[in-house]
Write a protein that binds this ligand. Structure first.
Ligand code: HEM
Ligand SMILES: *[C@@H]1O[C@H](CO)[C@@H](O)[C@H](O)[C@H]1NC(C)=O
Length: 494
């Protein structure tokens, strides 16, 4: 009897306690909410926001709704026309300023570490790892960045990476046949993946282990930008599984290398990033794993997409293909006269129109559409207050497709980049052009990416003409993906 009464009492207490706790939480939440509101009312925040969207997720789903790559999407369009190029919203769980303003974007990137700080959603850190360069800030970021920059320095690009890029481009292009259509996007990924796998940890194209790793990255990619819901079946869960499969491969490579280094026998040293990181840095094993995993990721998903976009845009612009082919035929003819066969740095420097094609592809296609930053000091910009703790998203795509900066922005027009001939409304067109970001976090691989595209395009236009096997388009998810993988048919020339 007494026992039951006690139990009953205990249960009521529990109930009462939970109820009280819940009430307390609600009060705290509202207090926080109203304080924030009151504080915000005193500030001159950018327009927008104001009770739209759902709690926590806010307008995230509308913002991330897939749209064609060469457009800014409905959400951006509507918000810009309603509020202007700087507006506020609730995205990724934080009050956020979205910027389609070239000046503010530049200001944010230049003030990295002082007023703003790189801050990607937690899901990205979970997948790329806590030592990934996208997640790190401060001293550790600088150290990792130095290693990557040294690895892709100008001398290494010229003496070592150019022949590598050429070899891998030819490896892929030599497998192309007239006849049934194939996915140009897959082929571009093969090219850039093989190149990175070889130069990061000396893995050879076509081998079973390399192919397995490449397939893991496909699953991996899908999870990077998905909601961090970690239960079986979700893209995030699958990506975490891929992450550990990828790490297992890299770890095995490391152990192999360790054995070789310990054997002290004079073996031909592999001149790859793994070897560098193990010998010349103080990084721990865990740090090297994350560095390699994320470089392999950053280095192949972006440049392959840029290449696929170039193949796509060029297909719709025969005049540009003709001019491109002339440029490369000329280079090839001169080489033949001298009896050379391999491309060298001087040849690369002659690819001027090619660089216009590359810039125009990135301007119109926007491989990286926006970056994530956090405001670390209260900022005042063009009359607006941007409070500490908020997020800010510089959206490069919106600047690159802005008709007040680029004439006919939706037109693929490589000639707008020709010096002296620029048809951009504002001169020079490059000051608002930020496909690789900027400031202390400017893409470490931008020169390599340009080299990859130029060399691949060189052999592509020399060997083939191509057409789309069926209509396709790239969608921004926000990572880009051709719906059907960009199916093309090729015809050998010569
Ligand atoms: C067309 C191809 C590429 C585009 C459009 C691109 C774009 C970008 C952008 C916009 C950022 C800045 C991210 C931020 O500020 O938050 C970035 C960073 C980075 N990219 Fe690229 N990228 C490309 C190719 C590559 C390649 C081939 C590599 C080579 C491995 C690479 C390695 C990196 C690294 C390591 C960072 C981090 C830099 C840092 O935080 O200091 N990227 N990239
Ligand atoms: C392409 O854009 C870059 C900026 O990323 C600029 O420095 C370069 O001059 C541009 N190239 C051409 C041919 O306009």
């Amino acid at each position: 009897m007494i026992k039951e009464a006690l139990l009953h009492l205990l249960r009521s207490c529990c109930f009462f306690f939970s109820f009280f706790l819940l009430l307390l939480l609600l009060v705290l939440f509202y207090d926080h909410y109203w304080r924030r509101r009151r504080k915000e009312r005193q500030l001159n925040l950018p327009p927008g926001g104001g009770g739209v969207g759902w709690p926590l997720v806010g307008e995230t789903f509308a913002y991330l709704k897939p749209h064609p790559a060469a457009s800014v999407g409905e959400f951006m369009e509507n918000h810009i026309s309603r509020h202007g190029k700087i507006y506020r919203s609730d995205l990724f769980g934080s009050p956020t300023v979205v910027s389609a303003d070239a000046g503010l974007n530049r200001f944010v990137l230049q003030n990295e570490g002082r007023l703003f700080e790189c801050s990607y959603p937690r899901s990205i850190g979970g997948i790329l790892g806590k030592w990934s360069m996208l997640v790190l800030v401060g001293e550790m970021h600088r150290e990792m960045r130095m290693i990557s920059l040294n690895f892709m320095s100008n001398t290494r690009l010229r003496d070592h990476l150019l022949p590598e890029v050429e070899r891998h481009a030819l490896h892929v292009l030599r497998s192309w046949r007239e006849g049934p259509p194939f996915s140009a996007q897959d082929e571009a990924k093969k090219f850039t993946f093989n190149l990175m796998a070889k130069n990061i940890m000396s893995m050879d194209p076509g081998e079973a282990e390399t192919e397995k790793l490449r397939r893991e990255y496909i699953t991996f990619m899908k999870g990077v930008v998905s909601a961090p819901l970690n239960f079986p079946g979700t893209p995030y869960y699958k990506a975490l599984k891929s992450r550990s499969a990828i790490l297992t491969v890299i770890e095995r490579k490391m152990e192999e290398r360790m054995r070789k280094m310990n054997q002290k026998v004079e073996i031909i040293e592999e001149d790859d990033l793994l070897g560098w990181a193990m010998k010349q840095s103080k990084l721990s094993k865990e740090q090297i794993l994350d560095l390699l995993l994320s470089l392999l990721f950053a280095g192949h998903e972006t440049s392959s997409m840029a290449l696929a976009l170039a193949i796509f845009f060029l297909e719709g612009c025969p005049k540009a293909v003709r001019e491109l082919r002339e440029e490369h035929f000329e280079i090839a003819r001169k080489k033949k006269d001298c009896g050379e066969s391999r491309l060298n740095w001087e040849d690369y420097k002659k690819m001027e129109f090619t660089q216009c094609v590359i810039n125009e592809t990135l301007r119109l296609g926007n491989v990286v559409r926006f970056v994530h930053r956090r405001v670390i000091r209260d900022v005042h910009y063009k009359g607006y207050d941007i409070p500490r703790g908020w997020k800010i998203l510089p959206v490069f795509a919106a600047v690159h497709l802005d008709s007040s900066l680029y004439q006919d922005p939706h037109q693929f027009n490589p000639w707008r980049w020709k010096s002296g001939l620029s048809s951009a409304v504002s001169l020079p067109p490059t000051s608002n052009f930020m496909p690789y970001g900027g400031g202390p976090r400017l893409c470490a691989g931008s020169e390599l990416a340009k080299l990859e595209m130029a060399v691949f395009l060189h052999y592509l236009v020399l060997k083939f003409s191509w057409e789309l096997a069926e209509p396709d388009q790239a969608l921004a998810h926000p990572f880009l993906d051709f719906r059907k993988g960009l199916p093309i048919k090729v015809y050998s020339i010569t």
